[in-house]
Write a protein that binds this ligand. Structure first.
Ligand SMILES: NC(=O)c1ccc[n+]([C@@H]2O[C@H](COP(=O)([O-])OP(=O)(O)OC[C@H]3O[C@@H](n4cnc5c(N)ncnc54)[C@H](O)[C@@H]3O)[C@@H](O)[C@H]2O)c1
Ligand SMILES: [Zn+2]
Length: 364
């Protein structure tokens, strides 16, 4: 087992253990107030695959629990669904002593955490992430959210879980495309912060595609270590945490321009990292050989990627209206070396357009 501590006040831990789901009851027990009931919030695909295992673990530890479902998918990450879950919790007797167990990918993780943060002004929360994105990214860091018609994640709170339990064995049932999309976020972590980790990923391409524990489990732990460190240094995204947005300025533009139906988030980020690298290259901020290595790793782990069929100027317009574009000026997180990025502003429009055209011309 690897334990990663998030050094905030209060601190909390993410435990990475293959097979750890079997001891979820004993693990969750300290976070359940005396006399309280646990509420497992999940989605149907996760419940079908792993619900019985989690429920057996909770029962074995003598926890009183109720399982509630949100319909699957990003379209259900809405305030109305949060309200339905809250009504169901009330109906099942959830008081201030209830514990929310978020059990699923990033969607249920974000909704369940948001709900825990506002239910009776805040109740206990733990996360058992089941997608790769949730394991390495969304479960840790305290950002909760639902979407508005006007855009993604526009409503939310900061609310950290009491603990996170990561069992990489759960990834066995994750759809392959979702898994590859999650690997993009893992490459992101290596590219922004960890050159040796990037080299390990390059070496482990085949093993990672095959979900081999010896390659996958340490990668998950390494990503969590970095996220924990970055979040502890910059909890509210005032500075350092922005480097986690590497590949995301381009990525979000791709997602919004295609109405969130064409690319999975990680696929858009994969393209976004390639585009950011191409841009850095045009600006003379990093080197051809590094870009070749980054692209090779991204494509080897994430392909097939849906092609980019949106014109560069349309993408640029979406970037300019992104909520993260401050005062109309575009900020890019650009690679400076393998394992190091910089936040760059005042990038010429032409360079961005050219980098986008370069990227769209790639075959993946
Ligand atoms: N809070 C944050 O810091 C943060 C960070 C990154 C992403 N997010 C959010 O996370 C969401 C994306 O998360 P996601 O990619 O996990 O999407 P998701 O939660 O929709 O999960 C993807 C799909 O995989 C299924 N699934 C998950 N685990 C499974 C398993 N073990 N077996 C079988 N099926 C499984 C889900 O049911 C779903 O169909 C987005 O809404 C994004 O905004 C939040
Ligand atoms: Zn992301």
């Amino acid at each position: 087992m690897r334990t990663i501590t998030v050094s905030l006040v209060p601190p909390y831990a993410a435990e990475v253990e293959r097979g750890g789901l079997a001891r979820a009851g004993a693990w969750a027990r300290p976070f359940l107030p005396a006399g309280g009931r646990a509420f497992v919030l999940t989605v149907p695909p996760v419940r079908r695959a792993w619900g019985a295992a989690l429920e057996a673990a909770l029962a074995a530890a003598g926890l009183a629990f109720t399982t509630l479902e949100l319909p699957d998918g990003e379209t259900h990450k809405r305030l109305a669904e949060l309200e339905s879950l809250a009504e169901a919790m009330v109906a099942h007797g959830a008081g201030r002593d209830a514990l929310v167990i978020a059990f699923g990918g990033g969607v249920i993780g974000d909704v369940a955490a948001f709900l825990a943060s506002v239910y009776m002004r805040g109740i206990a929360l733990v996360q058992i992430p089941t997608s790769l994105v949730a394991m390495i990214d969304s479960a840790l860091g305290g950002k909760t959210a639902v979407n508005l018609a006007a855009g993604k994640n526009l409503l939310g709170t900061f609310y950290h879980p009491g603990a996170i339990l990561v069992d990489p064995a759960l990834l066995a049932t994750l759809p392959e495309r979702e898994y590859r999309s999650g690997l993009a976020e893992a490459i992101k972590v290596a590219l922004i912060a960890d050159a040796p980790l990037f080299a390990r990923i390059e070496r482990d391409i085949a093993a990672l595609r095959a979900l081999q524990p010896a390659a996958l489990d340490p990668l998950i732990a390494a990503c969590l270590e970095h996220k924990a460190r970055i979040v502890a240094a910059d909890e509210r995204e005032g500075g350092l945490r922005r480097i986690l947005n590497y590949g995301h300025t381009f990525g979000h533009a791709l997602e919004t321009a295609t109405g969130y139906t064409h690319f999975l988030h990680g696929e858009a980020v994969a393209w976004g990292m390639i585009a950011a690298g191409r841009l850095a290259l045009r600006l003379g901020r990093w080197s051809e050989p590094e870009q070749r290595r980054a692209e090779a790793a991204i494509l080897a782990l994430c392909r097939p990627l849906p092609p980019i069929r949106v014109a560069p100027d349309v993408l640029l317009a979406h970037m300019a209206s992104d909520k993260k574009a401050r005062a109309g000026e575009l900020h890019f997180v650009l690679p400076a070396a393998l394992g190091r990025v910089e936040v760059v502003s005042g990038v010429p429009r032409d360079a961005v357009l050219a980098a986008l055209a370069d990227t769209a011309a790639l075959r993946a």
